[in-house]
Structure formats: C-alpha cells, structure tokens
Design a protein. Sequence first.
Length: 292
Amino acid sequence: MKKFAIILSTVLLFIGCKNSESEKSVDCKYKRYLVESGIVKYKTTINGKVMGSTVSGKGESTLYFKNWGALELKEEESSQVTKIHILGQKKEETYNNHSITKLDNGVVYAVDFENKKINKTQNMGAELFKNTDVNKMGNEMLQKMGANQLDNKKFMGYDCEVWDLNGTKQYFYKGIPLKSEMEIMGITTIIEATEAKFDTKVSDNKFELPDFEVVEIESQIGGENLDEMMNSEEFLDDMKDVKENMDALSKMSFKEWKKIAQNNDAEMAEMSDKELKQTYDMMQQMIKLRTK
C-alpha cells in the first residue's frame, strides 16, 4: 500500500520531459504546457471560518518555466493566521512559509529553508506518462472526477479554459493555471495571476537554487523496474484492497458515511452537516479517479 501511495502522490505533483537544462531544444515525448516559456506572478488570499476558528492568509509566488515546462521553478512566500475560540479561551497561531520547488526534466528539487538543505527526488510521473498527451490526460482526469468544462473566459486578456469541480473553479491558459477559486469546509482560497508573460526569454539564473546541501532521497520503491513493481504480487494485492475499499465507499450514502466518520474521528464529530457534506462530496468525486 505504501508503494501505491508514493506513486500516486508523485504522479499528481509533476510531469516532465527528458532532456538536460543545457540543451537549447527539447525532444519531448509530451509537453506539460502548450507555451514554450513564461513568467507568472500570483497572489493568494485565504479567508473563512471552520469549527469556531477564523482563518486568514495571504501569499505571493512566482513561476518560471521554459522548454515547454520541462524546466520549471516556483517560489512562494505566504503567511496564515488562525484565531481559535474554544470554551471562552482565545488563541492565535501564525504560520509562515517560504518554499522553492524546481522541476528539471524528471528530477524534483524541494528547498527546505528551515534545515538549509535541498531534497532531490526522481519524478515518477515522467515514466508513468511517457508518450502521453499530458494536456489531454489532464482534461480526462478532470472529467473522471466529475468536473464540468464551462465556457471559456478571458482573464488578464488570455482566453482560458474554465473547469468547475464541485464548486471549485480553475482557469487554464494552454495548460498553465492562471486562477483558481475554491471553498473547502468554509475556507475560501483564491489564487490568481497578477502578471503573466509568455514565450519570453527566461534567464538561467531564475532557476538557480540556494547554496544548501543537496540530499538525494532514494526511491522508496527500491531498485525495482517500474513495470516489474506494478506487476508484483504485493502491488496487485494493494490495488485489490484499494478497489474494494473505494467500491464500498462509493456505495455509501451520506448518512451511512457520516455515522462511521463521526464515530471514528473526534474532529469530524464536531463538524457541521454542511462541512461533512462537502467532505463527502469531494471524497466521492476523488473515488471516480480510480482505475476501473
């Protein structure tokens, strides 16, 4: 089960091509974006109330990419404040985050500023989705999740595809996210581009990382060949268990699921019916992604 979870999480994070940063052209099996290069700046705002607490936050991030997204770096700085009111007591917690994530042709670098190191891992998605039209696959995944493609809309002058998944709207320009609006359990998060330049020269220094120690994280699936691993008895057993659990969940009514969830999770026991219904609906949508 552990291996299956690792594969899924890696696949959903990044998809890349297989040429080095120094090459001027890229012979991609597929493209992550339909634009060769770009610089996009975003702002994030978070507001809402959940379980008696008030949450607010803001952030800024910048995305640099070239070679159709085979080389990409995103840097983000954000802060979030949670004001907790429990039994007449008030408490305020602040969380600050500074992150840099770089994707370089199948290799992922995640900067850990707190410990002054850089974690380096292989991108499993590059192997799983080679020879795949990534943009077409993305649309198919959204449809399997129950998303509806709405009429295109202009955002910052760009003609964007708009997808609505359970009230969460996402705007894409040629595969590049420009805006998202989501509400989960009473918390509204809006991420939107404030500046965007495409098919523009992006300097190599934009992809430089801090001078920290690079720690190579070994693949937790060991030295197995991917095809061998996915056809192994352990993996197939895990897949069978996952399918059986998902089948059972997909057949549960909201009332049945609510009873089980609240009996087994103290936090869910305190959630409102509206919050629980949002969680249940999202779970049902995610189940549609499973392999049939």
